[in-house]
Design a protein around this ligand. Structure first.
Ligand SMILES: *Cc1c(COP(=O)(O)O)cnc(C)c1O
Length: 374
């Protein structure tokens, strides 16, 4: 039987949280002399002199029906980075406890654990980027507090098997099982949020950074049991979401159709980009994607990456990442951007250009690091 109290670090249970001025009086009307704010206004054109709602109720009221959950199941963070870090700090005793990740996957899980001196157990995905369920179950120990699943997975782009996630949720009764759904809007499956009432050990992460187009705002969503959300609220910085971010998120939630339209466009572009890439002789594999990017294996990933940079087309080199030999990760751009990428790739010489130019002629001769890359 799962018990959150057994999983949390003992001092977190008894911790007395900071009580902000806005926690102690929640009314909207009155003369506010309780938070040492500037009563005159701001030094900007907009007024930002009052502290924001520490619990972002307006956003949660609006988000809950969209996601089919109750507002009490929602935690909002400064990007997904914040819930990732809070989950580690709430559950993992440094030097003792561990998290489990399935490489290749999103880097922040390991970074967050390492910052907190928490051990990382790695159970690689299979060669086709699926969960190795038996290996995961075998790797879970008494110290495994968090099990991270990223679906659709970054950098591979594919959804993980739902049966595997369910098996792990059922088996891991001493751990939180986190499904990071940063790319769920681009995938043709329901979110795991619909299972929150069935699995008290389930945590779902989503973000405003991708489909909603709000990466600059830094706003991440975390869905979990009311009990866990209460704990996360207790340990978060009191005013973790700024007032402009809250206002803009509300505006965005009123325009869900705008988000859906952009997702549809990106999916169309993803399909044509994948088709065009597959037709290039230098492309070996375009991995299937349920996200807004493609993992693409090239005959010469490093050379292609450097060449693209020279042409001012910037992609992500994943060729040193486990199971991603020879792979670049390419975000789906606008049709103009994708056409530019394809035009540049079609013109790529077989050998990187800087190697076959005589020294002293052309711009490339001034870039010795490219010469040495041959
Ligand atoms: C982009 C991404 C996020 C989002 O991070 P934010 O901090 O919310 O911008 C989360 N998880 C994965 C796997 C991602 O690729």
């Amino acid at each position: 039987m799962f018990s959150l109290n057994n999983l949390l670090r003992p001092h977190i249970l008894t911790l007395m949280p900071y009580s902000s001025a806005r926690d102690e009086y929640t009314g909207k009307e009155g003369v506010f002399l309780d938070a040492n704010e500037n009563p005159l206004g701001s030094t900007t054109s907009g007024n930002y002199n009052r502290y924001p709602d520490p619990h972002q109720w307006a956003i949660k009221q609006r988000l809950a029906p969209i996601k089919g959950v109750r507002p009490e199941h929602i935690f909002l963070g400064n990007g997904s980075d914040e819930p990732i870090d809070l989950l580690v700090r709430a559950t993992c005793t440094p030097g003792t406890d561990s998290i489990l990740i399935m490489p290749p996957t999103y880097g922040m899980y390991e970074v967050s654990a390492s910052i907190n001196d928490v051990k990382v157990t790695k159970v690689p995905l299979t060669a086709d980027f699926l969960v190795d369920t038996d290996a995961v179950l075998a790797a879970i120990t008494d110290t495994t507090k968090l099990i991270w699943l990223c679906s659709p997975n970054n950098p591979s782009g594919n959804l993980l098997q739902p049966e595997a996630i369910r098996t792990i949720l059922n088996a891991a009764q001493q751990s939180l099982v986190i499904v990071d759904e940063a790319y769920i809007d681009f995938a043709d499956v329901p979110s795991w949020t619909s299972e929150l009432d069935n699995y008290p050990n389930l945590v779902v992460l989503q973000t405003f950074s991708k489909a909603w187009g709000l990466a600059a705002l830094r706003l991440g969503m975390c869905f979990a049991s009311e009990e866990l959300i209460r704990i996360m609220n207790k340990i978060k910085p009191p005013y973790n979401i700024s007032a402009p971010t809250q206002a803009l998120a509300l505006e965005a939630l009123g325009n869900e159709s705008g988000k859906n339209d952009m997702v549809a466009q990106i999916l169309t572009e993803r399909q044509s980009l994948a088709d065009e890439l597959r037709a290039l002789p230098t492309v070996q594999v375009v991995h299937p994607s349920d996200a807004n990017f493609l993992l693409v294996q090239f005959a010469d990933a490093k050379g292609t990456f450097e060449y693209l940079i020279e042409q001012q087309v910037i992609v992500r080199d994943r060729s040193n990442v486990k199971l991603c030999d020879g792979c670049l990760r390419i975000s789906v751009g606008t049709s103009t951007e994708n056409e530019r990428l394809m035009a540049v790739l079609r013109q790529m010489p077989d050998v990187p250009p800087s190697t076959n130019l005589p020294l002293g002629t052309g711009d490339d001769a001034t870039k010795p690091e490219l010469v040495s890359n041959a």
